[in-house]
Design a protein around this ligand. Sequence first.
Ligand SMILES: [Zn+2]
Length: 429
Amino acid sequence: MVARERGPVVRLRALLNPRRERAGALARAAADSARERPLTAGIVQLIWRERRISRAEIARRADLSRSTVSEIVGGLLPTGLVAEVGEGPSAGGRRPIVLEFQDDAYALLGVDIGATHVAVALTDLRGQVLAWEERNHPVRTDPAGTRALIAELGDACLARWPGRPGRLVGVGVAVPSPVDPARPDELPEVALPAWHGQSGLGALGARWRVPVLVDNDANLGALAERWWGAGRDVDDFAYVKVATGVGSGHIVGGRIYRGANGFAGEIGHFVIDPRGPACVCGLKGCLTTFVGTPALLDRAAALVHALGGSRLAGRHLTISALEDAALAGDPAALQVVREAAEHLGVAISGMLNLLDPAVVIVGGGLARVGEALLAPLRETVRARSLVGAVTGSQIVTSALGARSVAVGAATLVLETALADLRHFPALAS
Ligand SMILES: [Zn+2]
């Protein structure tokens, strides 16, 4: 009975109360714009992908009327995301005006927090690094100092980006820790004990009045390779980051696979030898205890001493000195790399058997040595994995090198903004 009465009663109230009617019109307008939002985002994604395209071609590709496309494009032009850049070839009638996606209309900040360093990239909307800052810092033990350093390096990047106040879309932050997608600002205790609980990373955005997105570093390395690197056009691949710790990011069906709690891809804690060295996680013989930076440098020091004649003798050992020595054919350095490849191969074989990715991309420290790492790694994988033997999953090094994680953090913001255009300041309403 109530339901039968509702229609006329509402109409009557609207007549008696013009303010309520106006509120109703606003609600309807909001609902209309909510319906249009995915359509507009789809058109922006199409223009982003094609870089240059006419309204008629958009209408054809998106199966929309020309007037709908014209209306939506008309709304986009003032935002600066899209510009008219002359006329294209005629398809019989009038020459169409070409629309071009403006890669430099907005910028993104990507932050890579490593165990011992902070790197910040300012990128455009095509993954190009416009400014880069990095600094060594005891990240593990100093959360407050790290946050201050991110602010300082972010400001330094933005200072080199001229004349575009209010055109920063957001900040992506990559952390060397699992991140629960439901609680990205609360890091678990396991990887960065001093950061346990509220990381304070979300609050960084207030400085630049933009949102902050936090994710695991290997996930974001994978995302960067998916958009700009060795994983382009590959829907199922793995990115393994070898650094102080070791982690993997997995693109499954074209999307980052995070698992139920954000712990997917902790390949660094895959146990290689149950009687091996103690790991920070409390287990023994994890992959990280064999191929993490401290383990590699310890092993290099021992081999330099044992083998003699190494160019590393008497030098301060760092990963980049080790890489240089391996590239120069130094026997001690090459043996460190070969042993690391064999240990990595054991863990990667297990991962291949589990997930069957088309490509495994190795990034982080050591990736720069290329074939000296890849050849023994492929050999170990071939000998140990069903999938490796049957399909020969490709194993390659990162196309983006040391910048992949920071660029991936910026790319997370881009991916989010292209899916929901309200992240672009000019489209916030
Ligand atoms: Zn472990």
